[in-house]
Design a protein around this ligand. Structure first.
Ligand code: DC
Length: 219
C-alpha cells in the first residue's frame, strides 16, 4: 500500500460517512465513500437497461464505471448524480448488486487505487476486512439500532412516536441482518479493529475519538 489508510466500517445509518469525511478533512486526506461506488453501479446499470440479475454484465459496467469525484460532487458520464444515487430505489438496487461476488471483485481495484494517489479515509462495510487489510487504523463504528433510527428520523423530520418511525427502525434492523448474514463480504468487525460506539457521542466527539485512536497508532 503506497499511502496510509484509515478504514471505517459499520452498519447502515451509523454515521460513518459523516465521521469519515470529517476525519479526512481534518487530516487533509482523501475520502473514499465506497458505498457510492455500489450506488453508482446500480444507477448506471439502471440507466443502461442492464438486468441486475446478470452478474457478468453488471460486473462489466462496474469495471468501466465512467465516474469522477470532483470537489465533493459525483459525476457519472459527466452528469452530477450526487443526489440521484441517494434515492430509496437506488439504495435497494445497490444492496442487491453488492451481493454479487463479480461486482465486488470489479470494484476492488478501483477502491485500492484511491490509496495509490494519496492517504485516504475509507468508509464502507469491508474496508478493514477485504479492501484495505493493511490499514493503519481500523474502526468499527456502531450505535444501537434505536439511536440510528432516531438520527435518521431527525434528518427526515419524522416524530419518534409514529408508525413511520417504527418503519425506519424495522428497516434498519432488517438491513443489519442482511448485511451481517450475506455470504459475500458480510459486515463484521475485523479482529484488529477498534470498536467505537457512538450511541452517546456527538459527531464532534466521535471524530475526536477516531483522531485520538489515529494519534495513538501513529506513535
Ligand atoms: O453505505 P451505503 O448505504 O452508501 O452503501 C450502499 C450499499 O452498498 C449498501 O447496500 C451496502 C453496500 N456496500 C457494501 O456492500 N460494501 C461497501 N464497502 C460499501 C457499501
Amino acid at each position: 500500500m503506497a499511502y496510509p489508510v484509515i478504514a471505517i466500517d459499520g452498519p447502515s445509518a451509523s454515521g460513518k460517512g459523516t465521521i469519515a469525511a470529517k476525519v479526512a478533512e481534518t487530516l487533509q486526506w482523501a475520502y473514499l465513500d465506497s458505498g457510492a461506488l455500489y450506488r453508482l453501479t446500480a444507477l448506471y446499470a439502471k440507466e443502461q437497461g442492464v438486468d441486475l440479475q446478470d452478474e457478468n454484465a453488471v460486473a462489466e459496467l462496474a469495471l468501466h464505471l465512467p465516474v469522477m469525484f470532483h470537489c465533493g460532487e459525483i459525476l457519472l458520464n459527466g452528469s452530477n448524480v450526487s443526489a440521484d444515487i441517494r434515492t430509496e430505489e437506488i439504495s435497494l438496487l445497490a444492496s442487491q448488486i453488492a451481493a454479487l461476488p463479480k461486482v465486488r471483485q470489479a470494484l476492488l481495484q478501483r477502491q485500492r487505487d484511491f490509496s495509490r494517489a494519496s492517504a485516504v479515509v475509507a468508509d464502507g462495510r469491508d474496508m478493514a476486512t477485504v479492501v484495505f487489510p493493511e490499514a493503519v487504523l481500523k474502526v468499527f463504528l456502531t450505535a444501537t439500532a434505536q439511536i440510528r433510527a432516531e438520527r435518521r428520523a431527525k434528518q427526515l423530520g419524522i416524530a419518534l412516536n409514529t408508525a413511520q418511525f417504527q418503519q425506519i427502525l424495522s428497516d434498519i434492523e432488517k438491513r443489519d441482518e442482511k448485511d451481517k448474514t450475506r455470504p459475500v463480504a458480510p459486515l463484521k468487525q475485523a479482529a484488529d479493529a477498534h470498536l467505537v460506539d457512538s450511541s452517546d457521542l456527538t459527531i464532534d466527539e466521535t471524530v475526536a475519538k477516531v483522531l485520538d485512536l489515529y494519534r495513538q497508532v501513529k506513535k
